[in-house]
Write a new protein. Sequence first.
Lengths: 630, 190
Amino acid sequence: MIKQLLNWFDDRTGYRSVARKLLDESIPGGARWRYVWGSALVYCFVVQAVSGIFLWMFYSPSARSAWESVFFIQFEVDGGWLLRGIHHFTAQAMIVLLAIHLLQVVLDRAYRAPRELNFWLGLVLLQIVLLLALTGYLLPWDQKGYWATNVATNLMSLVPFVGDDLQRLAVGGPSYGHATLTRFFALHAGLLPATLIAVLVLHVALFRRHGITAVGEGRRPAQTFWPHQVLKDGLVCLTVMGVVLLLLFRGLFTGALEGAASGACLGAGLGAPADPAVPYAAARPEWYFLALFQLLKYLEGRLELFGAIAVPGLVSAVLFLMPLTARWRCGHGFNLVLLLAICGGVVFLTIAAIVEDSHNPLHQQAVRQAETDARRAIQLARAPAGIPPSGAVALLRGDAKTQGSILFGRYCVTCHSHSPAEGQAERNGWTAIEARSPSASNLYGFGTQAWIAGLFDPAQIAGPRYFGHTSHHEGDMPAFVQDVLTDREEWSVEQIEQVTAALLEAADHRPAAAENNGGRFRAMAAQGRNLISDLDRCAGCHKFHTVEENDFGPDLTGYASREWMIAFISNPGDARFYGEHNDRMPAFAKEPDTPRDDILSPDEIAQIADWIRGDWYEGDDMRGISTRSP
Amino acid sequence: MNRSRHQPSDARSAHDRRGFFTRLFAGLVGCLAGLVPAGAGVWAFLDPLERKTGEIGFLRVASIDSLPDDGIARRFPVVADRTDSWNRYLNEPIGAVYLRRLEGGSEVQAFNAICPHAGCFVGFNIEQNEFQCPCHNSTFQPDGVRVSPEQSPSPRDLDRLRVDLPKLAQGEVWIEFKNFETGTATRRPR
């Protein structure tokens, strides 16, 4: 029945003779491992086409959705991480296989007459694959791809005469945006693969016409392509896929996965969303372009043109001319030495780049920062609030945890430090920032239990972490803490604890212990509120809710709460806070009606307040989420 | 293989057997290598089947004051938070309903604006006092019942949606917004 059907089909198509012609090619000297590289490359291309088309079903090429859709593939779609990982690592395997294939062809003299044309077709295929790699790198629209590809397109402007136009054509406009992605995607998934297929068909057809460049002919009997060479080819393809999967699952072996909840942490990395306003000092091209990158480092100024265009052009030209130079006497030997020299140069430059980076603490720090940002972006994107229509780039821009330390480092650190005291446990997520010459209090954990304990400590109140650097160091508050608060007839230890509880309640900073014993904490805080309201105690200087005898010191209503801090940062010299006793702290937002005149916007002040308070979204366990590629 | 012709038959069958296993093995290895990317692709491709449509519950559509008691169906957008793949949209129109307050009464009828036949957006023709589908001319009476059930392309009447009665008593129209599979005589939530 099946045989009849196949006969019917064969009568009408003649597929059997075609298949026989394709499969029964004779290999003089028998199947060999050294012939597998071309097949392995075809296999890789098929893998890229299959995985690429499936990725296409999820990918959205626009500056507001590219990162988001890749994030979705990586962390939300079932098996998306596997699909993307296969595409990512097979691309890298392809580069390695291309190099091996080229070396093998030259070593076996398969580039010489009459195979010159096919060798050139192979070089064209090599260029297409490199272009595919370059265009694919940008598509996730993360910081890494964005900045690395920026360098590549900026280099295009070095081309004499038409450089600027060339760059504009590649970018799709004067700067990176939607049009860049649509262009790169059309190249990556349309034009380049189509060209590759056309050239590949010619390449294989010519290869068949000339036959294999047999090695060891006559020493062993001839074999047919099917099944003998196919078996060897297949085993190598399987091995390539094995290596790809090994890279994909590397997290399982390095222990980075410990405690991670799902498989979403496997596969290719994803950086933070591209943001032209956020520096990316860790920018490096993929490893196979590192040699070129390193070359450009050695060549500066006008030589850059030479390095970016002339050297790669020269190498291409030398490779291109090889079939012709092979006709010289010793031409083959010359070519072999040349090729090995080129390979040696590439390997040397690549290693030099890696070694240089590994000895550069600034680069290491940049890589760590990039990883922190990437993790944070992914964490926020996975939060229940999700990704807003304005895109994932808005997540980090609006994140107190990310922006707080940056803003503090820009506006506050000239006077305030933000670092744990000696022996104080560092809180997860808070960056320690040290002022070079502190002239105000250390705001680490401001308003928390530990901070208030220090405030009420006679040994610390006039010290460098509190009022020591300010004009208040001999003021009324240090004097009160040193003289009155230490008087156990005036203030019992329990009363100090009660006031502390009331202040913590005002700040909404409940100590961890209060979680288990909320009733006792509330009772203490209630006592504390009475003590603060007592005109003979705190309210003698501080306003507290309705109790107002003297607004000498800052209002303690909602002390260290979000609202209080925002108002304080906005204008510490307001009557509600230090009034005319304000030391040197500027008002960061004094003019609510004309916010443009202010140093900081309301959003920025809120981010600083939230950051100092430690109010930010902390989501799932982020351990094991891969943001970096090996 | 050509060489085997000249060999004795025993050796030849052994050679053929080896050839058979080589073929089998080569075929298996090839299939395995091809299955990995194809399998990963199909796995991801089938992801939408695993995604559940979340329950939306009752949504506020209008105030009773914006709905005169004249029995005429009026169209209102349904606004809710919506997740579209990776994006989270707050307060976005997710569909439309027709609301109709019966004459002299406080009863409110709510219909999904989607035709149960093939999913086109039905209109309400005030002159003829009926719902009309622009695609295949299904017509429905103001109460959602098909005008001529035997000839109507639509297999069922317009999809009535539940109205929250306690909220209605307070003067607000809250409806349980749902979309249903089209083309079936009985309605199945989508």
